[in-house]
Design a protein. Structure first.
Length: 542
């Protein structure tokens, strides 16, 4: 099914939104924005009878216990203009999944298709209207806007500056780190607003139940969330300001570590080591320091730190980071993103890396450099959607664990993007939705790896490569391996054992065991590729 897509310049978007939101020439406060959209949609949108695709969002997939992304064909039965939503009837699903026959869906999740049963409908105008709405609420509307003054003109204050921010990022005018900061702040702000709404509802329910004492924990958490949201708002207002953004662009190489960079240059600019140690007795500390000799060249320059994130941030491409035992909280890969080594020197179970609450992106580690080695560490996703994204280059894992204790079908261990490669040895995956997702033209080489108690072990997209030797796939709630193919006669897929993979190119399994996988060991299914626009950003893994 083919959908409509719209690629517009800044001036086109600006003119459209001014026409939609303030064509009457009056002040439009933030509280009136939703109503202006409702008026516009009621004028333009076809109210019933058109077909489209519903791209089910990640958290809704979790509620339905279906894999993300899941895209289904729907027919619109009624549009609720005031709620900016539609009642849809699901008319086609690709997988053997169970969804409600009808569901209320936000309009921004719908993509009208070019092929319609009723040719009289103005489907182009409908598709363009939904595209405008989706663009606005995805990139221009912030969670704190609703708290603005009633006398403040939202259109005059924010529309053009936020549009220019978006297009500066799109055109590559802003540096990569600043763009990632903007995305992280927007994502964190929306997550916090959702938590605030949930907490306020819980507190309201507690009051309705005539509880005399307000839960101090909830009240304190609510206060902290409001405080953090205000901090994010302040940071974003600086980034929205064109003059301040120009200063950032001119100084985009400034990162606050200029003194350290000069010192490093004076040492010859060679690869260096960073030792992260959370503390211990004098005897234990000396013993651990002595043990680092086994992992480092004798003449390498080494610095010590008690914070892994600090070491990641001040490291350079190719550096070696040695991590002592303990729980290490981080918000991202820092400069390890471009390549290097992160190695634990204690027991793998006692060297745990986990995300810093609210400040981490959707994945814990995001790599796009030449080569990264992770050795002897445990990665705990906690509430994150993914453990590791490999966008480019090679990731090597040796004796690692990737774990989740709060299992969810949408949690992904490692995602390998087109052209990237993973080599994993003696690595253990447990509790995940999908342990490894291998995109088209990506490659994975596995040896002595274990995939246990997950929803599924591997998802192999069409034209991906897999070599697995002496691996175990056990107790998967669905399949050990899911292989997607563009050309498959059976639209519902083919379930079987590893023998159904034998004649497929670029797939090799040697001495692998499959045990107690509930739906089957292997499934071949039609590719889930669609014509929906693909965002290759940190908040999207597909």
């Amino acid at each position: 099914m083919e959908i409509y897509t719209f690629d517009k310049c800044l001036q086109e978007r600006l003119a459209e939104f001014i026409n939609i939101l303030s064509n009457r020439g009056v002040i439009v406060p933030a509280s009136q924005i939703h109503a202006e959209w409702a008026y516009h949609i009621e004028l333009v949108l076809e109210p019933v009878g058109w077909q489209g695709l519903w791209k089910i969002p990640r958290l809704t997939c979790q509620d339905f216990s279906v894999h993300y992304p899941t895209i289904v064909a729907v027919e619109i039965e009624n549009v609720d203009f005031q709620e900016l939503s539609a009642l849809v009837k699901i008319i086609a699903v690709q997988d053997d999944i169970h969804l409600p026959a009808r569901y209320d869906v936000p309009l921004i999740e719908l993509y009208p298709t070019k092929d319609q049963n009723n040719a009289v409908l103005d489907i182009v105008a409908t598709a363009e209207c939904i595209d405008q709405l989706r663009f606005f609420y995805s990139y221009l509307w912030m969670p704190w806007d609703i708290d603005e003054d009633e006398i403040s003109d939202w259109v005059n204050n924010h529309l053009e500056t936020r549009l220019r921010l978006f297009f500066d990022m799109k055109r590559g005018i802003m540096c990569k780190k600043t763009c990632e900061l903007v995305r992280t702040l927007m994502r964190e702000g929306r997550d916090i607003q959702a938590k605030i709404s949930k907490l306020e509802l819980e507190i309201s329910d507690d009051e309705d139940d005539n509880q005399k004492d307000l839960d101090e924990g909830k009240a304190c958490q609510l206060m902290k969330l409001h405080f953090r949201l205000q901090q994010i708002r302040t940071e974003m207002e600086v980034l929205e300001n064109p003059a301040m953004r120009e200063v950032l662009v001119k100084n985009q190489n400034f990162n606050g570590n200029e003194i350290e960079l000069k010192r490093r240059e004076s040492r010859g600019g060679k690869i260096e080591a960073h030792f992260v140690w959370l503390g211990g007795s004098v005897e234990e500390t000396i013993k651990v320091l002595e043990s680092t000799k086994n992992y480092l060249p004798s003449n390498i320059f080494m610095k010590t730190s008690n914070c892994l994130q600090d070491a990641l941030d001040i490291s350079d491409k190719g550096d070696i980071i040695i991590v002592g035992k303990g729980e290490h909280e981080i918000r991202g890969a820092g400069n390890l993103e471009e390549g290097g080594i992160l190695r634990g020197i204690s027991n793998v179970e006692s060297t745990v890396i986990f995300p810093k609450e609210t400040e981490s992106g959707p994945s814990l580690l995001d790599f796009s450099g030449k080569e990264v080695l992770l050795e002897n560490i445990t990665i705990d996703l906690k509430d994150l959607q993914a453990g590791i994204l490999v966008r480019k280059g090679l990731l090597k894992l040796i004796n690692c664990r990737i774990i989740v204790f709060n299992q969810s079908v949408i949690k992904l261990g490692i995602v390998i993007f087109p052209g990237a490669k993973l080599i994993a040895n003696n690595t253990y995956f447990t509790g995940l939705g999908t342990c490894i997702v291998v995109h088209t033209l990506a490659e994975v080489i596995l040896s002595e790896c274990s995939f246990e108690n997950c929803i599924e072990g591997l998802q192999l997209n069409n034209n991906s490569k897999l070599s697995a030797d002496n691996c175990i796939f056990s107790n998967c709630k669905e399949y050990g391996i899911r292989k997607e193919m563009d050309y498959l006669n059976n639209s519902k897929g083919q379930v079987g054992d590893i023998d159904i993979l034998q004649n497929l190119p670029d797939i090799s399994l040697q001495n692998c065991r499959f045990e107690n996988n509930i739906k089957g060991n292997v499934i071949l299914k039609p590719s889930s590729n669609t014509v929906l626009p693909m965002k290759i950003e940190s908040n999207d893994f597909k």
